[in-house]
Design a protein around this ligand. Structure first.
Ligand SMILES: Cc1cc2nc3c(=O)[nH]c(=O)nc-3n(C[C@H](O)[C@H](O)[C@H](O)COP(=O)(O)OP(=O)(O)OC[C@H]3O[C@@H](n4cnc5c(N)ncnc54)[C@H](O)[C@@H]3O)c2cc1C
Length: 387
């Protein structure tokens, strides 16, 4: 059988994971990335057990663990008086319950490890894809510098604004979710040790803590071996006024949006130095990801709200699955259809639950969190059981 050649558009977490998984299985693969340098934003990333299973299968879990953290308990606190809404063990139970650890890491660390899976010669920077199309038995990608590159299959891992998706299915507007988010980090010793009425809640800096209020939630977890505390500060807002979807912001903006929130939280937030603000967008689930020899993976296929912290996790699952299907297949087009059949329903369900969780968080009082057990239990590294 002739060696298959696969093109991946985009060198984010999804594109590098797909390329790494394909390369490990002996498939010839090349990644084309529009940026002139590889990198990731300076923010944390939760890696639920379903994501860690993929990293493990790629041989990266052991390498990541010293760089990551493994939160001890997961706690939910009320935004105003910090009373305890829920506490559950995470570190002690995750492997037994879900089959893998729950890790939290810096995005750049995960990205770098994935990059190491792909031969340097296989990553092409400064290559902006303009469109893709069918070509003979395969597909062709057109680039801004005039290049046209043919392959047996193309994977569009080019994020929420995917040009690959637009080539396949036409333009469609992204939906502003009424959520903006600041991302920031503080030194781990800024974490308050006792909060809540009469100091009734003990906090361990190695815990995962969510402060939940009707107009937002502040999600905190350790990263980088537990030395740094990552903050995801989500806030409900009717309008996103910036033209860009990311904008530099300030501590004053964060504090203004959190007037009246718990004092201990505000004190911790006051240590924030650099911060960026995101307008959070998603899209309605697509009915289809694949046309002929071209498919989508990650945010290109299913951009979702961050409320379940599953965007990158489902992206990693896609990446492993698409490589699994392509590696063994005589016909890449059949393989891509089988990949879509395996992945689309699950990704859609997670996308919709992320929206529902956002609505639930806004209720007063908020109902208990929707179960993520079915998400965490999944193992995308294995062939799905026949039904
Ligand atoms: C605030 C926030 C917090 C989040 N927290 C979590 C979390 O804790 N856990 C989690 O699992 N997920 C989280 N997510 C979701 C996660 O970040 C994304 O789902 C994930 O990064 C998607 O990866 P991707 O590779 O599909 O896309 P991207 O990371 O967007 O990568 C796309 C790549 O394609 C490149 N590209 C784009 N267009 C072109 C083109 N035309 N030609 C060539 N290259 C191109 C881009 O430069 C980029 O490198 C969060 C998201 C947000 C917004």
């Amino acid at each position: 059988m002739r060696q298959k050649r696969v093109l991946v558009i985009g060198a984010g977490i999804g594109g590098l994971a797909a390329a790494g998984a394909l390369h490990r299985q002996g498939v010839e693969v090349a990644v084309y990335e529009r940026s002139s340098e590889l990198g990731e934003v300076g923010a944390g990333l939760q890696l639920g057990p379903n994501a860690v299973k993929v990293l493990n299968a790629l041989g990266l879990e052991e390498k990541l663990r010293p760089l990551a953290a493994e939160p001890v308990d997961i706690l939910s606190l009320a935004w105003d008086d910090a009373h305890l809404r829920m506490r559950e063990p995470l570190k002690a139970t995750s492997v037994a319950r879900y089959g893998a650890r729950y890790l939290t890491a810096h995005r750049a660390d995960v990205h770098r490890l994935l990059q190491d899976l792909v031969p340097e010669a296989g990553i092409h920077l400064g290559a902006r894809c303009l469109r893709v199309a069918a070509s003979g038995k395969g597909a062709v990608a057109h680039f801004a510098d005039g290049r046209e590159i043919e392959a047996d299959a193309i994977i569009g891992a080019d994020g929420i604004h995917s040009v690959v998706r637009e080539s396949l299915f036409g333009p469609s507007p992204a939906r502003f979710t009424q959520q903006v988010a600041w991302r920031a980090m503080v030194p781990i010793d800024c974490v308050p040790r006792r909060v809540g009425p009469g100091g009734s809640v003990a906090l361990d800096p190695q815990d995962y803590v969510g402060w939940i209020g009707p107009n937002g939630h502040v999600i905190c977890y350790p990263i980088r071996g537990g030395a740094v505390y990552n903050l995801f500060i989500g806030h409900v807002s009717e309008q996103w006024v910036e033209e860009s979807w990311t904008a530099p912001s300030t501590l004053a903006d964060i504090l203004e949006a959190h007037a009246g929130w718990n004092e201990a939280l505000l004190e911790m937030l006051s240590h924030v130095k650099d911060t960026y603000k995101w307008g959070i967008y998603d899209r309605d689930p697509l009915p289809q990801w694949t046309r002929g020899a071209i498919t989508l993976a990650g945010d290109a296929a299913h951009p979702m709200m961050p409320t379940l912290a599953q965007g990158a996790a489902i992206t990693l699952e896609d990446s492993y699955a698409v490589a699994r299907h392509l590696a063994g297949a005589a016909d890449p087009q059949v393989a891509l259809k089988a990949y879509e059949a395996e992945r689309l329903t699950r990704a859609r369900k997670v996308q919709l639950q992320a929206r529902q969780q956002f609505q639930n968080n806004r209720m007063v009082p908020p109902p208990p969190p929707l179960s993520r057990d079915w998400i965490f239990e999944h193992d995308a590294t294995r062939e799905p059981a026949a039904v």
